[in-house]
Design a protein around this ligand. Sequence first.
Ligand code: F1P
Length: 361
Amino acid sequence: MISTDMIREAITQNEILSQPRCWEACFKALDESNQLERAGKQLDKDAEYLFIGCGSSYYISQAAAASWEMITGSRAWAVPASELLLFPDLVLSGSAKCQPILVSRSGHSSEVVQAAQYLERARKIRTLAVSCSEHHPLDEISASTIYLLPADEKSVVMTRSFTSMLLGLQSLAAWFANRQEITAGLRQLPAGVQPILDSVNRRIQEFVKTRTFADYVFLGQGPLFGIASEGQLKIKEMSCSYAQVFHTMEFRHGPKAIVGPETLITFLLSETGYAAEREVLEEIKELGGTTLVIANKADAATRRKADFLVELGLEIPECVRLVAYLITCQLLGLYTGLKKGYDIDKPRNLARAVILNRNGG
Ligand code: F1P
């Protein structure tokens, strides 16, 4: 059971709950340091944007690439650093000028550092890095780095560093494309998300206390697929539970075979694909699955099919709402891990960064 001692001591919990304040501090630091303008001036309107990372930072890259394309109209895609290292021609096949953006909380992950070395030295391609710390191998190699220092964290698993680096990249896209309504929307997030965080933090503890699941599925489409991917990773990292991610509509094509009351299916419903994604929700509920639904606005049909509903109600552009969807997934992972008696601050088998020795072991 969740003992008050364990909750009081979990650094990771405090860092999850600190996010709105942390985002405020990151926006202030970006403004005062003029980093967006300095980095933005180096970017090329005709380039294609390749986002690269590992683990949670790869999932940031997925959500950032989708956001970048929605905000700037420039082609953008994401790959894990290993894919660039092992199949460089597959990744860099396009003819257009490629602008790589490397994402790493620590700046020490060997695969990301090797990817920067390969791009800068072997391919003579200038890279931009994004990190929550300074003075590390990645910022020594990359042509320039955007720092989100207020978002650095003690926890092993990435929480506020994830949301803050994604907001930093969305802010850069908005600056680069001169989309002031996006910048305005981003700056409304801290105040808009705080009450959601407070209510979900209370409600989800009760939900986790009263329910036990054998496995977890996270579903999302478009820019929400990267967020759903991070959701499944948080459950794995913080509670050592079995979790999977799919595009919502893909879940029908076979994976729905696993549905039962002991399976918790988390739907990150988009606005763009709402009607089609809700039909999957209705079908999965008919099959007897337990459903957790996060949506900006929920209609009566969705309310009827949700065992746990989070309605964000944020009056800001869709692609700016991504981080608000992730909070619930982070808290679900935290309280499920505490319920199973895990020390969230020392997740099993994990370190803050994956550092490989010379021969890659
Ligand atoms: C990336 C990462 C984390 C993961 C674990 C190991 O680190 O894969 O996403 O949770 O902590 O490191 P980084 O390159 O962003 O520092």
